[in-house]
Design a protein. Structure first.
Length: 381
């Protein structure tokens, strides 16, 4: 007898987005038992990342409602489906919006985290196993979001999208590693790879950008130039080792020209963490010719197009992009948690607000007005 046969439907609270841009409504939902290669998690803490806000505002690819958003979280395995061997009830985990099946060409490649089976899919609102949702209200299905849907006391996730972490790690802190902070950190350490002593520009000083700045500091960058339209972000950024600031609004020429003047022709590396197409183009054009590398992290609006003169590419500037900082969720995330446990990485400074689940809409308000970095939502309160 396996514990999968014991799992029943659970009724619990979830924050449902019924319509684009309208406040979430706390509803009682039914969460079905996990099917083959799925696990059901009890979410203890979740936080809000800008990607949730983009899709809630329906700026992303395909609007899909009603939906349960949320993808940055920490929780405990409640039950497991058939075929799940490397997780058991009680394990502490971080769900991740992109997965690792461990069998495809990507999972077997050292260079990629773009799993064929489980890579991020923002259009699919259902589970892979049967093409159906595990959430419902009086029989009406409620769609999933990026395979995680953590704005619910219980959620069902594919086992390949779950990282098992150290039981001693405080979930109210390490939950932010489930998306934003690992994304920014990895974008710098794994993709931009600045050399010691180099100059790095970070576009967007939200949690993702400041985690990218942390990566630059850890890599030994000598100058970290922070670029943001919101001057309030500059004070906070000093705590993350950002040494200089540029607000594009303070200049009447393109910010890439301002940066080129500050750095004798351009920065060695840049990391874009805004989601703004203009910032993406500036981040590429501000790197030095011959060796500069720009990394795009922000999620663009659905009709955006990247436009630059091809001479920039001929002049040996490199453009890259990354999901989840090129970390493989199951193989690599536990070691990012260990960086926090070893005090190499401080997470407390990213956490600026906390609200009970019943006030989840406040977390959206904070993010929409650019107030603070991460707001932790406590599911038990
Ligand atoms: P955030 O809203 O907290 O921060 C974004 C910052 O960018 C804000 O401070 C804003 O003022 C600034 N900004 C906006 N337009 C700008 C411009 N033109 N020039 C300079 N600064 C500008 O968001 P966040 O949670 O830090 O996320 C940042 C981005 O990363 C979002 O687009 C999010 O969707 C994306 N993201 C991507 C991945 C991935 O795997 N690729 C993962 C997580 C988040
Ligand atoms: Zn795979």
């Amino acid at each position: 007898m396996s514990s999968s046969t014991a799992a029943q439907v659970i009724r619990c609270k979830a924050a449902v987005a019924w319509e684009a841009g309208k406040p979430l409504v706390i509803e009682e939902v039914e969460v079905a038992a996990p099917q083959a290669m799925e696990v059901r998690l009890k979410i203890l803490f979740t936080s809000l990342c800008h990607t949730d806000v983009y899709f809630w505002e329906a700026k992303g690819q395909t609007p899909l409602f009603p939906r349960i958003f949320g993808h940055e979280a920490g929780g405990i395995v409640e039950s497991i489906g058939e075929g799940v061997t490397d997780l058991k009830p009680g394990d502490h985990v971080l769900p991740v919006f992109t997965g690792e099946c461990k069998e495809c060409r990507h999972c077997k490649s050292e260079e990629s985290n773009m799993c064929d089976l489980l890579r991020i899919n923002t259009d699919r609102g259902v589970m892979l196993n049967d093409g159906k949702s595990r959430f419902s209200i009086n029989g009406q299905p409620i769609y999933h979001f990026v395979g995680t849907s953590t704005f619910s006391e219980y959620t069902v996730v594919h086992v390949g999208c779950v990282a098992k972490i150290n039981l001693a790690a405080p979930l109210d802190k390490v939950c932010v590693l489930s998306c934003g902070i690992s994304t920014g950190l990895g974008a710098t350490l794994n993709v931009a790879k600045p050399k010691k002593g180099s100059t790095v520009a970070i576009f967007g000083l939200g949690a993702v950008g400041l985690a990218a700045a942390e990566g630059a500091r850890i890599a030994g960058a000598s100058r970290i130039i922070g670029v943001d339209l919101n001057a309030k972000r500059f004070d906070e950024a000093k705590k993350f080792g950002v040494t200089e600031f540029v607000n594009p609004k303070d200049h009447d020429k393109p910010v890439q020209e301002v940066i080129a003047e500050m750095t004798d022709g351009g920065v060695d590396r840049s990391v874009e963490c805004t989601g703004s197409i203009n910032a993406m183009i500036s981040a590429f054009e501000c790197v030095h010719d011959g060796w500069g590398v720009a990394v795009l992290v922000g999620v663009p609006n659905k009709d955006d197009a990247f436009k630059t003169h091809p001479m920039n590419i001929l002049n040996e500037k490199t453009l890259k992009g990354t999901f989840f900082g090129n970390y493989k969720p199951r193989s690599d995330l536990p070691s990012v948690v260990e960086r926090y446990m070893n005090k190499e990485l401080e997470l407390e400074k990213f956490i600026t607000h906390e609200v009970p689940f019943s006030e989840i809409n406040k977390a959206f308000e904070y993010m929409l007005r650019g107030d603070g970095l991460r707001c932790i939502i406590r599911m038990d309160a």
